[in-house]
Design a protein around this ligand. Structure first.
Ligand SMILES: Cc1cc2nc3c(=O)[nH]c(=O)nc-3n(C[C@H](O)[C@H](O)[C@H](O)COP(=O)(O)O)c2cc1C
Length: 201
């Protein structure tokens, strides 16, 4: 019995040590430039410094994309019938993660750099520090709500980038099948689109 308990303890410790989830600081939900100026400044850029985003900036940015903004659990973007059937995956140089807004953390999916799968012919994506991949259940509404939800998320992120001096580009030129597999998505889920973000060079 003692041996079994010890073995269980070591297995659990090993599993905990393997999980490299990233705790995010509480998002800062104020500041930045006035909305109308951010709307005017939002632009696509395709040059990025490899400099990593500070965890606070990452937390703030993800909150604009898919954070929780009310005590009753509503999000920063609307979803049809408030189904909240949407996920934001995060590709960093040290692995891939899913944004867990409830616990304000990045839950690790794997430790491989998946940015090349999002790059296809656009090599700057391989070195830009952050790529978001928007994922949703396959659309059964006939209205393509999943794409609409992704549009809300990438527009919020685009405005955040304009307001805080970051570059970004929405990118549909990605390897959908390879990302689907590498992110461990189910047959019922689909990759909608992506967005690459970083500081200007
Ligand atoms: C759904 C969508 C997919 C896009 N895919 C790509 C892409 O794969 N690669 C790229 O360089 N730009 C991509 N773009 C960026 C557009 O080229 C860009 O938004 C457009 O040229 C207008 O420029 P602006 O965003 O500065 O107004 C995409 C934009 C959208 C909305």
């Amino acid at each position: 019995m003692k041996k079994i308990l010890l073995l269980t303890f070591f297995c659990l410790s090993y599993a905990t040590a393997q999980a490299k989830d990233i705790a995010l600081p509480r998002p800062e939900t104020s500041g930045g430039m006035p909305l109308m100026e951010a709307v005017a400044a939002r632009r696509t850029h395709r040059e990025f410094s490899p400099r990593r985003l500070e965890t606070q900036t990452l937390s703030n940015l993800l909150w604009t994309a898919w954070g929780i903004s009310s005590t009753d659990g509503k999000r920063t973007i609307p979803t049809a019938r408030n189904q909240q059937n949407f996920d934001v995956y995060v590709l960093l140089d040290d692995g891939s993660y899913i944004y867990d807004a409830q616990n304000n953390q990045l839950r690790q999916i794997g430790d491989k750099d998946l940015r090349p799968l999002a790059a296809t012919s656009q090599n700057f994506v391989k070195t830009a520090p952050l790529t978001l991949v928007f994922v949703a259940p396959k659309d059964t509404s006939g209205h393509n709500y999943a794409a609409l939800h992704a549009g809300s998320a990438y527009q919020n992120v685009g405005l955040f980038c304009a307001a805080f001096g970051l570059n970004n580009v929405v990118r549909g030129l990605i390897d959908y099948d390879a990302l689907h597999e590498a992110l461990g998505l189910s047959a019922e889920q689909e990759v909608i689109t992506s967005q690459t973000i970083g500081y200007p060079q």
